[in-house]
Design a protein around this ligand. Structure first.
Ligand code: URA
Length: 238
């Protein structure tokens, strides 16, 4: 196994103990111990697998990657920070890393599965159009959704981009004045699901993401709740 050594000030800053300047101050003030001994030099290198670090007597364990599944509620934006609006990261109370981000965007009024991580490689693999990762959505749609729509979605739709959408699988759960559907798409264009229904003259009035690749929304998570991914979920995704 590779030995990973990280400077003490970076170690603490990565784990959101404070900014680089703040943690350097804490270190110089003698608030930080490594393997039980006070260390006042922020440049000291820490072996993240074998050494223990405390700050003000509280253990600070290092996480290289974090992976959270969030059941995003409506009203929260898919961004890392915002001066006015609540972001999906504001909902992750137990986060340690300061470099977490949502993998792809859900609209402010969309609910459901959102992966939050700092694993850029995984995010790239899940979002790259070349990787053809399925995303499953549930939606309620104004108007009767019928077999004509199923065919149109399967063929590809003109949503005002240079190219038509890739074939998408539309399953009608209920066809009525307000229809209920499940839609699997492999792309992630801006407002894609809403624009696909607009292209067939219908309006999405509720949208929720249920799955992304192998990752399925945990039904035990209420809106706004989250949990770390299990080891199995991480392995399957990677
Ligand atoms: N498609 C949309 O229209 N909105 C989302 O939030 C996700 C997919």
């Amino acid at each position: 196994m590779d030995v990973i050594m990280i400077r003490l000030d970076k170690y603490l800053a990565d784990m959101s103990v404070g900014t680089r300047t703040e943690v350097k101050k804490l270190i110089r003030q003698g608030k930080v111990a490594v393997d039980g001994l006070i260390v006042k030099n922020p440049d000291v290198k820490i072996d993240i697998d074998t050494q223990s670090v405390t700050c003000n007597g509280i253990a600070v364990t290092y996480e290289t990657y974090e992976y959270y599944m969030l059941n995003k509620p409506a009203g929260v934006i898919s961004a890392t920070s915002d001066s006015k609006q609540k972001t999906v990261l504001d909902l992750i109370d137990s986060k340690k890393r300061k470099d977490l981000f949502p993998v792809g965007r859900l609209d402010k009024d969309t609910e459901g599965l959102l992966l939050i991580t700092n694993d850029g490689e995984l995010a790239h693999r899940l979002l790259s159009p070349k990787k053809h990762v399925d995303k499953l959505y549930y939606a309620r749609v104004e108007g009767i959704v019928d077999t004509e729509d199923i065919d149109a979605f399967a063929k590809g739709l003109d949503i005002g981009e240079d190219e038509c959408t890739k074939p998408a699988k539309l399953v009608v759960l209920k066809s009525d004045a307000i229809s209920e559907i499940e839609l699997t798409i492999q792309e992630g264009k801006f407002h894609q699901v809403k624009r696909m229904f607009e292209a067939v003259g219908k309006k999405v009035i509720y949208l929720k993401r249920l799955e992304m690749g192998t990752l399925k929304l945990d039904e035990d998570l209420g809106l706004g709740e989250y949990r770390p991914l299990t080891q199995k979920e991480i392995e399957k995704l990677c």
